[in-house]
Design a protein around this ligand. Structure first.
Ligand code: HEM
Length: 409
């Protein structure tokens, strides 16, 4: 195993460690030290697990500028890339998310059509059906329930399985493996095994669909394979990326969003008592901004020197753009630490920015709108079945959320 390590500067020991300790503050806020770094200036140095000292870009406007700058690369295997864990050459890329243009753009284009707003809106009634059925089952069963297990995870899992053409009956298998991939504390070997398992699984499905295509996204990709536009391996890799991204992220937003609303009953009441889809949509944007579940920062490496705020980010230096703190920048959002479902938060960077901006955002938005406009109306007395300080938060993951959310009504 090798890892990409940019040389630690002589000052490395004096530089704060990253990721910073989130557990030290309010569970819905970015780490207190990150907020301090933002107040102190637009650029700082941080120290990673391997001793390297990449740049930290603290402010919203700079983050957007840099995420749109082609002089920054998302290629995890480039020397200097500030990876969150040791990387395995040839084995660390999941689909196109860690690639640069033009190859990134070529592969992304193969799957943009199913994620257009029109195509996603057509799925809304089916998603509403899934949400209603899961709520019916919860109401009919014993309580308290773990909302993560019974609702937050099944909703996006069922939806992405249907979209991709992956059998939901295999959910125990793929959820267990994707959990390892996004766990920061997993060893490189554990992560490689989980990646291998998922890639093999998707490769087998792609093989089946090459023989017997259906009406789903993976079958669409096999058409590209047959036309010689895509290798079977690339098709399987894209499947892995969409399967992981499709359920882990939204599931965490459903559970953490519900917890945040339960802790802000005035905001929950606004959402529960409205029939206005605009207010629901704005609540979704605000919760995405306020919670920011992809909290470990967008990560890039400079391929040319870049001037920013009177400093030079040199070619080969790593750059971390933590959009959780970008979303709390007072220059971009008034009273940023307040959860206010009525504010216009659409310009948040919870879905990233630039060429890698989240492909699945129309789907994530629609699912969250259906969930947030249904769950609290149908279970108006929903409440936590334990104390907030007993909730296990995902401080060790690259996607933030809660492991369990015991609720009752
Ligand atoms: C609340 C839910 C979600 C959040 C907060 C989220 C967040 C993000 C972020 C921040 C990025 C940018 C990564 C970067 O710049 O390095 C991203 C990329 C991506 N997301 Fe999402 N995501 C969500 C849901 C989804 C869903 C439901 C899917 C698909 C079914 C999806 C698929 C992707 C893909 C394929 C990329 C890579 C895009 C590229 O590299 O061009 N995401 N997401």
């Amino acid at each position: 195993m090798t890892s990409t390590v940019s040389p630690a500067g002589p000052e490395a020991a004096a530089v704060p460690e990253y990721p910073m300790d989130r557990a030290a503050g309010c569970p819905f806020d970015p780490p207190p030290d990150l907020a301090t770094a933002q107040r102190q200036g637009p650029l700082a140095r941080v120290r990673l697990w391997d001793g390297s000292t990449p740049w930290l870009v603290t402010r919203y406007a700079d983050q957007r500028t840099l995420l749109a700058d082609p002089r920054l690369s998302a290629d995890v295997e480039r020397p200097g890339y500030p990876s969150s864990a040791p990387i395995q050459p040839g084995g660390s890329k999941i689909g196109f998310i860690l690639m640069d243009d033009p190859e990134h753009a070529r592969l992304r284009r193969m799957v943009t059509a199913p994620f257009t707003i029109k195509r996603i809106e057509a799925l809304r009634p089916a998603v509403q059906g899934i949400v209603d059925r899961l709520i019916d089952e919860m109401l009919a069963g014993p309580k308290p329930v773990d909302l993560v297990e019974e609702f937050a995870l099944p909703v996006p899992s069922l939806v992405i399985c249907d979209l991709l053409g992956v059998p939901y009956t295999d959910h125990d298998f793929f959820q267990a493996n994707s959990k390892v991939i996004i766990k920061r504390t997993a060893t490189p070997e554990q992560r490689m095994t989980a990646m291998g398992n998922l890639t093999e699984y998707l490769d087998r499905l792609v093989g089946e669909k090459l023989e017997n295509p259906g009406n789903d996204l993976l079958s669409g990709l096999t058409g590209r394979v047959k036309a010689g536009e895509l290798t079977r391996q690339d098709a399987a890799q894209i499947g892995v990326l969409l399967l992981i991204a499709g359920h882990e992220t939204t599931a965490n937003m459903i559970a953490l969003g519900t917890l945040a609303l339960l802790e802000h009953p005035d905001q929950l009441a606004l959402l529960r008592d409205t029939d206005d889809p605009k207010l629901v949509a704005s609540a979704v944007e605000e919760l995405l901004r306020y919670l920011h579940i992809t909290h470990s920062g967008r990560r890039r490496v400079a391929v040319e020197d870049i001037e920013l705020a009177g400093q030079t980010i040199r070619a080969g230096e790593g750059v971390i753009l933590p959009n959780d703190i970008g979303n709390r920048d007072p220059d971009a959002f008034e009273h940023p630490d307040q959860l206010d479902v009525r504010r216009d938060a659409r310009h948040h960077v919870a879905f990233g920015f630039g060429v890698h901006q989240c492909l699945g955002q129309p789907l994530a938005r629609m699912e969250l709108q259906v969930v947030y406009s249904t769950l609290y109306k149908r279970i108006p007395t929903l409440r936590l079945a334990t104390d907030l300080d007993r909730i296990p938060f995902k401080h060790d993951g690259s996607v933030y959320g809660v492991y369990e959310l015991p609720v009752t009504w």
